[in-house]
Ligand binder design. Structure first.
Ligand SMILES: C[S@@+](CC[C@H](N)C(=O)[O-])C[C@H]1O[C@@H](n2cnc3c(N)ncnc32)[C@H](O)[C@@H]1O
Length: 278
């Protein structure tokens, strides 16, 4: 994996041409703001990081507070998207990577960190679309302590982010996913809700969820996933056709089930006949 560890972090590593500004020379800042101060300051300053500096698409206060509460100095963290959340990761002392396609955002966030007295030495920006950056950045080694998914929200990008991030999250690591009320994000959240290797720790601001990865995913193909318990989903069909297809599926399943059970039933019958008094 090409994520930095606390000891080996350098800004211009072999993904260097996707990085912007800043660097270890900033590590001895005179004033290092605490995470709590930083959230209060963000609230007061309302910096506009997005859309060329003309918009604020920030994660909401409860979500920022969760990052502050959960992330410890030296934690290896990553987010898709960037903004106020990036400032809070940096203030928490994380070895943090933020991925977004807009290098201007990165400059504004870094400049704000410096104005607000937030140490940005362990903050690295990768300018690119997460769907392009993540496949070569993250492997299957579980090294992330905490991650935030809040980049592209159009289908299928939340699921693409989740695919690469969830397999690089350490067991016991936490995943924050913003905007679970957006229909393209919701299936990712629902999947984690029903799978036993995830624990829901809370829903924040009525729109973000924080979960802990408590175990490896269960082995097996799609039928082993609880998300597929509702198979077959005939939702594509008009209502009456849907009822008809569902009824037919139940009959076929029952017949198959009885056929599978028949040898056992036959053996039980013969055993009963051979038994004394049978
Ligand atoms: C809702 S904002 C993130 C807000 C941020 N969490 C905060 O607290 O300010 C969405 C972000 O996703 C970025 N983005 C858009 N498309 C992306 C993509 N394909 N990959 C990664 N980031 C993307 C945008 O540039 C923006 O930074």
């Amino acid at each position: 994996m090409n994520l930095p560890s606390e000891r080996t972090f350098v800004v211009n590593d072999r993904l260097g041409d996707r990085t912007t500004g800043g660097g270890p020379e900033r590590s001895n800042m005179a004033t290092i703001a605490s995470g709590q101060d930083t959230i209060e300051r963000l609230r007061a300053d309302r910096p506009a990081f997005h859309a060329g500096g003309g918009a604020r698409w920030d994660s909401l206060p409860g979500t920022l507070e969760e990052i502050r509460r959960s992330v410890r100095p030296g934690d290896i963290t990553l987010e898709t998207g960037a903004g106020a959340s990036t400032v809070v990761f940096a203030a928490a002392g994380a070895v943090h990577t933020a991925i977004s396609p807009d290098a201007g955002e990165h400059e504004r966030i870094r400049a704000y960190c410096r104005r607000a007295g937030v140490d940005d030495a362990r903050l690295r920006f990768l300018a690119g679309h997460s769907e392009d950056v993540l496949p070569s950045l993250l492997g299957r080694e579980r090294t992330l302590d905490f991650a935030l998914i809040d980049g592209a929200h159009a289908f299928p990008f939340p699921a693409v982010d989740w695919c690469y991030i969830s397999r690089a999250l350490r067991i016991g690591g936490r995943l924050l996913i913003d905007d679970i009320t957006i229909p393209t994000v919701a299936p990712v959240f629902r999947h984690m809700l029903v799978e036993p290797n995830w624990r829901l720790d809370g829903v924040l601001d009525e729109r973000a969820a924080v979960l802990t990865l408590i175990a490896e995913p269960a082995p097996g193909d799609w039928p082993a996933q609880r998300s597929n318990d509702r198979f077959p989903d005939f939702g594509y069909a008009p209502r009456f056709r849907r009822l008809e297809l569902a009824a037919r599926h139940r009959v076929v399943s029952l017949a198959r089930h009885l056929a599978e059970r028949a040898p056992a039933l036959r053996r039980a019958y013969h055993r009963a006949r051979r038994a004394p008094g049978g």
